[in-house]
Write a protein that binds this ligand. Structure first.
Ligand SMILES: [Zn+2]
Length: 296
């Protein structure tokens, strides 16, 4: 766990296509000063408007996480945000020349490699954490998102799909850079063939292909080479959670338990979390002790 804020050593850049738009986009991730947070800048629009990656800027969660402000949007931010969260990057400026972050291979692996190659710099200021004091739980039908007090950041995630290749999967880990890089960041997004066909019929998922998603029909995985991890599906859900929960703007010190959730329900939880102010405090955490010290 990192207790000082971090940014990139130098600019990292890549290009690719948007999952839903199918359009080519150039992306540059730049270092940013302390307490800057993560901001997206649309270089293709007049005056280069910027949007802070914060849950109060979320405007849509139906197919991907979309943030917006004053009529300008940035779509499908969750896998890049997962890379920032997984590598404990607090401050960065993300420039892009279209409305959608490139999908790359459908995981956070390419962004993670890009950031690691550019280098990560520790900054002088302490990180502030949301330290959980009492549980916050959101339940609806079979879906649950909850957070409990703890001295680390841990995620437990479960999924259940009525499909023989997925079924019930569960994964629980304390998240560190190393765990993120080796066990989570390469897990790809997934979809069922009939859903992909449906989306394409309505002009969505235009950029979607076997190059950037695991696609499953009734009986089999259509991608050559199969899965990257035997439980790649639940690992991708953890990746999505890292991205979605990073929109709180500060890391969590506690145990996040997520059962059968998705972007929309994760977002509903963030709103409940933020309004339950008595259940958490924002603190810096000293590296030599597990005990959080309250901000004066
Ligand atoms: Zn995803």
């Amino acid at each position: 766990m990192h207790f000082k804020q971090r940014t990139l050593e130098q600019t990292a850049a890549c290009s690719g296509i948007g999952l839903h738009s199918g359009k080519n986009v150039n992306l540059a991730i730049k270092p940013a000063p302390i307490n800057h947070g993560i901001k997206f800048i649309r270089t293709d629009l007049q005056d280069n408007p910027s949007i802070t990656a914060h849950f109060n800027r979320v405007v849509d969660t139906s197919l991907a996480t979309v943030i917006g402000s004053d009529g300008c949007i940035v779509s499908t931010i969750e896998h890049l945000m997962a890379s920032f969260a997984g590598l404990s990057i607090d401050n960065a400026e993300v420039e892009l020349d279209a409305y959608e972050v490139p999908v790359m291979d459908g995981s956070a692996g390419p962004f993670t490699n890009l950031i690691k190659t550019a280098g990560i710099r520790e900054q002088t200021a302490a990180r502030h954490f949301f330290v959980i004091k009492e549980p916050i739980i959101l339940e609806e039908n079979a879906k649950t998102v909850a957070v409990y007090p703890g001295n680390t950041f841990k995620i437990t995630c479960s999924i259940e799909f009525d499909h023989p290749l997925i079924g019930k999967q569960s994964y629980s880990k304390e998240i560190s850079d190393n765990v993120f890089e080796t066990e989570i960041c390469r897990a790809r997004t997934f979809g069922f063939l009939h859903e992909v066909e449906y989306l394409k019929r309505y002009g969505l998922a235009r950029g979607g292909s076997l190059e950037n998603a695991v696609v499953i029909d009734k009986h089999q995985i259509l991608n050559d080479g199969g899965l990257r991890y035997p439980d790649e599906f639940v690992r991708h859900k953890i990746l999505d959670c890292l991205g979605d929960f990073s929109l709180l703007g500060m890391p969590i010190m506690g145990h996040l338990v997520v059962n059968r959730s998705g972007h929309a329900f994760n977002h509903a939880f963030l709103e409940k979390f933020f309004s339950n102010k008595k259940s958490w405090e924002t603190s810096i955490v000293s590296g030599s002790s597990d005990r959080p010290s309250s901000r004066p």
